[in-house]
Design a protein around this ligand. Structure first.
Ligand SMILES: [Zn+2]
Ligand SMILES: [Zn+2]
Length: 393
């Protein structure tokens, strides 16, 4: 174990910051208090601070010693989820309908801790761009920052992002080259039938029966059309129709998600879904429209940067605690928008094994970021910077 000793000094204060952010969660693009807290801390540390990038995003620029014009970007997300917290913790959410259930409070804190440690020593040659992004949870805050000129305004050779992972023990890192998180597409299906009395189905066209057939037929796409050696998910996750027990409604609405890793499978699922939805409805005398939206692209790590990140992690926690060929996940992550622009690596840091502290899954109302992992995250960032931007010898 090779944790940075300087971090020990800051740990209590970093935990205080983490819990303060946790207690005051803000959902996507509403991170006013959080981004103000971040900007204030970065300013106090002497960084050049830029606010309002991608609405509520913040960028801090720290220059090391020396003349190098090399630069890297480190990214944390700041947003909470629109859900109620049920942890009962003393620092539980004070904002109804918002909760840090994905640990972005911890990601923000670890990156602030890195800024603190690196600003103290400046033991590197080049520039570190600290990226605090809004709205990771479904709203595309990273895309907003990219569109707002993130990479034109701030030069970066590569970008890195850390996400905590419940189920992975504390002190372990995991990453992989290539796709590590999926393409996440949104699906909305409207089925138009013909309303009727519930006792007289023959004079109507029942959209509930039609939509039910669509749900079942859609399940055959992954099972029967996608190459069994490739990956895909089609999930219909909402089904809304009707308002009374004796009325056949005239509409049914479905929504869902499609997950894939490669564009070929994504194209195939989209076109087959269109055929299945429209064809099934037509076969039953109804009409259906499908709105298919490609939301987050797959998160794809580049080989060199992933190997580098794995090497840095090994220096901190040793060979046996770094899984550099981890399995990909079907979740999605909008850091993908940054990785579409720059080489880099998105990696996972163990938040605690299942059944232990930090072992409740993200997006669960009982989840809490594990403060014990702050030193690992901060050490990783500091080590990464000092090795990516070494001082001349
Ligand atoms: Zn999340
Ligand atoms: Zn997250």
């Amino acid at each position: 174990m090779n944790l940075r000793p300087a971090i020990e000094r800051h740990l209590d204060d970093l935990i205080r910051i983490r819990r303060d952010i946790h207690q005051h969660p803000e959902i996507g693009f509403e991170e006013e208090r959080t981004s103000a807290l971040v900007a204030e801390e970065l300013t106090r540390l002497g960084l050049e601070v830029h606010t309002g990038i991608g609405q509520t995003g913040v960028v801090g620029v720290l220059r090391g010693e020396g003349q190098s014009n090399r630069a890297i970007g480190l990214r944390a997300d700041m947003d909470a989820l629109p859900m109620d917290e049920k942890t009962g913790l003393p620092y539980a959410s004070a904002n109804k309908g918002a909760m840090h259930a994905c640990g972005h409070d911890g990601h923000t804190t670890m990156l602030l801790g890195a800024a603190r440690a690196l600003a103290e020593t400046r033991d590197f040659d080049g520039t570190v761009v600290f990226i605090f992004q809004p709205a990771e949870e479904g709203l595309g805050g990273a895309d907003a920052m990219v569109k707002d000129g993130l990479f034109e305004r701030f030069t970066m050779e590569s970008v890195y992002g850390i996400h905590n992972m419940p189920g992975l023990p504390v002190g372990k890192f995991a990453m992989r080259t290539g796709p590590c998180m999926a393409n996440a597409d949104l699906l909305k299906i409207s089925v138009k039938g013909k309303g009727a009395h519930g006792a007289m189905p023959s004079v109507g066209i029942d959209p509930i029966v039609v939509a039910s057939q669509i749900v079942m037929a859609a399940q055959s796409i992954v099972a029967r059309n996608v190459d069994p050696l490739k990956s895909g998910v089609v999930s219909i996750t909402t089904f809304h129709a009707g308002s009374a027990d004796n009325v056949i409604p005239d509409m049914a609405e479905l929504t869902g998600t499609v997950r894939t890793y490669d564009t070929e499978v994504q194209d195939l699922i989209e076109s087959n879904l269109r055929r299945v939805v429209e064809g099934t409805a037509a076969a039953l005398g109804a009409e259906a429209t499908i709105h298919y939206q490609r939301n987050y692209p797959a998160t794809v790590n580049t080989a060199d940067e992933t190997a580098f990140a794995a090497d840095i992690a090994r220096r901190i926690v040793g060979d046996g605690n770094v899984e550099d060929d981890a399995l990909p996940k079907m979740g999605a992550e909008d850091f993908s928008f940054m990785l579409n622009e720059k080489p880099g690596c998105y990696l996972w840091l163990g938040n605690g094994d299942y059944g232990e502290k930090g072992g409740v899954n993200v997006h669960n109302p009982e989840y809490d970021f594990n403060d014990d992992i702050i030193p690992y995250g901060v050490s990783f960032w500091v080590e990464l910077v000092e090795n990516a931007l070494p001082k001349p010898r």
